[in-house]
Design a binder for this molecule. Sequence first.
Ligand code: URA
Length: 212
Amino acid sequence: MGTTLALSLRMNAGTKARKPNLDSLREQARDCRACDLWRRATQTVFGEGPARAQAMLVGEQPGDAEDLQGHPFVGPAGALLDRALVDAGLDRNKLYVTNAVKHFKWEPRGKRRLHKTPAQQEIEACHRWLEEEIAILHPRLIVCLGATAARAVTGRPVKVGDSRGNIVELEAGPALLFTVHPSFVLRVPGDARKHAYDALVADLKVAADYLD
Ligand code: URA
């Protein structure tokens, strides 16, 4: 059974009432100019997955590969996430995968485009898309991958290290599960990376059991 924390989803009443579909939402988000990130990004990277998905995975923002290809979690972090999902017994094709921020924020470093953490203001500007995705999908479970996702979903800072791996039942709406971002696992040096990966898989198994 899950724990109940004094958390709620950050949703406004208007969003709950309005219900466009995912395709029209994706179409609207294509031209989003709510913050400046669109100027340096190739395109909006919107969420993907079945509209009837029982679970939604929320990451931070698209990376370099996602920005170029236009799909969430298709770069190195996506490859690790895919492997972890398989090891946890979850089928990515049955999940809706999205990000708190829909444009890639980066700074040049030589020929490379280096990921830059989005500012709170940019997360705020993008929040309406995430809210609408949640309102349309009505998932049973939202898995927050990392602190940016956790904060975007709940509207407050969450210490992922302390809260990870437990199902958090809310009074209303989907349950939440917090875990680390796959990029965190990729940054762990040496032998400790295997441990970090196994811990991510263990958290995702909690999601798999909950959905069973
Ligand atoms: N990191 C994220 O948070 N999301 C992606 O889609 C890719 C990398």
